[in-house]
Design a protein around this ligand. Structure first.
Ligand code: PLP
Length: 404
């Protein structure tokens, strides 16, 4: 384990007061706060190194390029991918999935084909596939789940067939916290020669992920949810797949030779990275990954699991408490409603107590429909949250409940 009070000092924002109360930040599923080392890495690069990468012969350009490419290696090691050719820098999970839906879809999806997603997907793992289906005349099919928020694996097995072109599934649900059995999902898809994309936006910040162990074909995550800046993310893809896919965007960096008659494309990963990359953010992402690795992903997991268990226990004692997402294998996300109190009212009143939670449909409207509700209140934990903050949340909910 690590020293939580010392760790909190790495995050200056946690010392803020909101409405004269200590900030209790429980909106980590939306975005995490940034440790000093991440912000300082960005400031340092802008002050001392800044130059465009890859194209320059001069010293600064080469130094910036080295930092950018070293960051790719940090990401590779973090994911345990085989090669840096498999690590594409994007703006985040959303762009990673759009890239894949476009490139994969152009080559491999045709009229009458099917794409499988799950009931609990974030809109960013639904809409790009839906847009592809509309372009190509393909069909989106949905893996159902039970009331606890556990995927129906038997239904999954019966949905996958010779028309299925790709399976797209969240590693961890951003609403329910369910940790999906991704290895099993991949194994079943591979038995049918179907590739799998895992949306790792909500798993990478919380526990160790291993591309070679999961054996998925594609994996997406966002930097800002794992203590890195906004505007940087990753699409991992197995080299044999990426080699077969056409570029997503055209421009500088992604080409080998250009003439008005014909353009040839750059090698991996650059074929998918048109234009100037966010090389400052990639460097800061590497700092964030080094930061969590130094704390230890297993320690972070143990700390957050303990918090989640404690929070579920304490919150469960509140009258009228309804949880959404009670799978056995659950991560640090708690969605709830209390009695008839509207989620927006609960969120707004908790805010006045300095407690930041998220309310609404959490970009998962089809899931809300499945649950028969409009929205929930969501508390999501990070490595810096404490049991005292859970106590503050519980006291806050009780206070709001009394007002109604
Ligand atoms: N997928 C999941 C499961 C998410 O929770 C989110 C963000 O909340 C996304 C995708 C989209 O991430 P981003 O907005 O960083 O692209």
């Amino acid at each position: 384990m690590y020293d939580i009070e010392k760790v909190r000092e790495d995050f200056p924002i946690l010392a803020r007061q909101i409405y004269n109360r200590p900030l209790v930040y429980l909106d980590n599923g939306a975005t995490t706060q940034k440790p000093r080392c991440v912000v300082e890495a960005m400031v340092d690069e802008y002050y001392n190194v800044n130059a465009n990468v890859h194209r320059g012969v001069h010293f600064l350009s080469q130094q910036a390029t080295d930092l950018h490419e070293a960051s790719r290696e940090t990401v590779r090691a973090f994911l345990n991918a085989k090669s840096t050719s498999e690590i594409l820098f994007t703006r985040g999970t959303t762009e990673s999935i759009n890239l894949l839906a476009f490139s994969f879809g152009e080559t491999f999806v045709h009229e009458g084909d099917e794409i499988l997603v799950s009931t609990m997907e974030h809109h960013s793992n639904i809409v790009p596939w839906q847009m592809l289906c509309e372009r190509k005349g393909a069909k989106l099919r949905v893996i159902p789940m039970d009331d606890a928020g556990v995927l129906d694996m038997e239904a999954y097995k019966s949905l996958i067939n010779e028309k299925t072109r790709i399976v797209c599934c969240a590693h961890v649900s951003n609403v329910l916290g369910t940790v999906n059995p991704v290895k099993e999902i991949v194994k079943i898809a591979h038995d049918h020669d179907v590739p799998v994309l895992i949306d790792g936006a909500q798993s990478t910040p919380h526990f160790k992920v291993d591309m070679q162990d999961i054996d998925c074909d594609f994996f997406a995550f966002s930097g800002h949810k794992i203590y890195a800046p906004t505007g940087i993310g990753v699409l991992y893809g197995k080299e044999q797949w990426l080699e077969k896919l056409p570029p997503y965007q055209g421009g500088g960096e992604m080409i080998k030779n250009v003439s008005f008659e014909k353009t040839t494309y750059n090698e991996l990963p650059y074929k998918f990275e048109a234009g100037t990359p966010d090389y400052v953010a990639s460097h800061a992402l590497a700092q964030a990954l080094d930061y969590v690795s130094a704390l230890g992903m297993d320690n972070i997991y143990a700390h957050e699991q303990e918090l989640t268990r404690y929070a579920m226990e304490q919150m469960g004692q509140i009258e009228g408490m309804r949880f959404f997402g009670t799978a056995d294998h659950k991560d640090a996300v708690i969605s709830f409603l209390v009695g008839n109190i509207h989620h927006l009212d609960m969120g707004t009143l908790l805010d006045r107590l300095g407690i930041a939670v998220r309310t609404g449909h959490h970009c998962a409207e089809p899931l809300m429909r499945r649950l028969g509700i409009e929205g929930t209140v969501r508390a999501s934990f990070a490595l810096y949250n404490t049991k005292a903050e859970v106590d503050a949340l519980v006291a806050g909910i009780q206070r709001v409940a009394k007002m109604f």
